[in-house]
Design a protein around this ligand. Structure first.
Ligand code: ARG
Ligand code: MN
Ligand code: MN
Ligand code: MN
Length: 305
């Protein structure tokens, strides 16, 4: 495949500075080299810059950096759409507000192709707030609401072909605010929270979702938040939540995704290298991308499970 790296040094979706160093950390940790080793072609487009906007206020006084977030959304939607037409975009974040733009870009491409787009959200959080309902005011908590076409994003460009709830699956969920919970109940989003993963393992719900994607001949965007992982193996994130996915669960997810052959674009978000331990989190994220893109422990021509 042709992997197109898009640096998205977005730091405006939350309040702890550092995610802007994410793209550099992935490059230092050897992302391009890992992909090349697997036989992929890699094009690094460098870092995107936000479209400039005059400061904007919002009726919810908690909301901050609205103009900057809008500018990133526009710039990344454009870069993402172009990249999706040429290859496999990998967005190097940056906090999770970058997905307002990355998924918009990929959705515009899917719409032009006339193919349905599915979304796999690997995260401790559902990120289903609107600018009205967020209490923290951190817009990294809002992208799934925008992507699924909820009202409350009137200041943003209309989302191209909003993704219906039954085309969205969330894995790893263990922190949901009350307003998100209320909004999610009527939606058909598949939420494999930690209770589900403890009962069923992580493979079963993911396989079911991938079967749906295949049945619809869909494109699949994967959004990987560092806090999907347990903080003990991935400390470099501002919003740690205990009880996250293990190293082995995370690799299994990536291997199943690879075998499905369905993934067409990827976000790597919320890495804050300032909080890392000697690059451990950045390296783990690179290894997970390698699993997603085809790295195997031992590769037999025919293998049954
Ligand atoms: N729900 C919380 C909030 O709105 C946490 C969101 C965390 N999101 C993230 N992308 N890490 O503030
Ligand atoms: Mn700031
Ligand atoms: Mn998130
Ligand atoms: Mn999160």
């Amino acid at each position: 495949q042709t992997c197109i790296l898009i640096g998205a040094p977005v730091d405006s979706g939350q309040k702890r500075a550092g995610c802007l160093m994410g793209p550099a950390a992935y490059r230092v940790a050897g992302l391009a080299e890992a992909l090349t080793t697997l036989g992929h072609e890699v094009i690094d487009r460098g870092d995107v810059a936000p479209v400039p906007h005059a400061p904007m206020t919002h009726p919810n006084p908690a909301v901050h950096h609205l103009a900057e977030t809008l500018g990133w959304t526009e710039a990344l939607a454009q870069a993402g759409r172009a990249a999706a037409a040429e290859g496999f975009p990998i967005f190097l974040g940056g906090d999770h507000s970058l997905s307002l733009g990355s998924v918009a870009g990929v959705a515009a491409h899917a719409k032009a192709l006339g193919r349905p787009l599915f979304l796999l959200w690997l995260d401790a959080h559902t990120d289903f707030h609107t600018p009205q309902t967020t209490e923290s005011g951190n817009l990294h908590g809002t992208p799934v609401a925008y992507i699924s076409g909820r009202t409350g994003f009137e200041m943003f460009p209309p989302f191209p072909a909003p993704i219906p709830g039954n085309q969205i699956c969330m894995l790893g969920i263990r922190s949901v605010d009350e307003a998100e919970q209320r909004a999610l109940i009527p939606e058909e989003v598949e939420i494999a929270d930690m209770r589900v993963l403890d009962e069923r393992g992580i493979g079963a719900p993911l396989r079911e979702f991938l079967a749906k994607v295949a049945a619809a001949d869909g494109l699949l965007h994967v959004s990987l938040d560092v806090d999907f992982l347990d903080p003990s193996i991935a400390p470099a994130v501002g919003t740690t939540v205990p009880g996250g996915t293990t190293f082995r669960e995370a690799h299994l997810v990536m291997e199943l995704l690879h075998e499905s052959g369905r993934v067409t674009s990827l976000d790597l978000v919320e890495l804050n290298p300032f909080l890392d331990e000697r690059g451990q989190t950045a390296r783990l994220m690179v290894d997970l991308v390698a699993s997603l893109m085809g790295r195997k422990v031992f590769d037999r021509p025919t293998r049954q499970f």
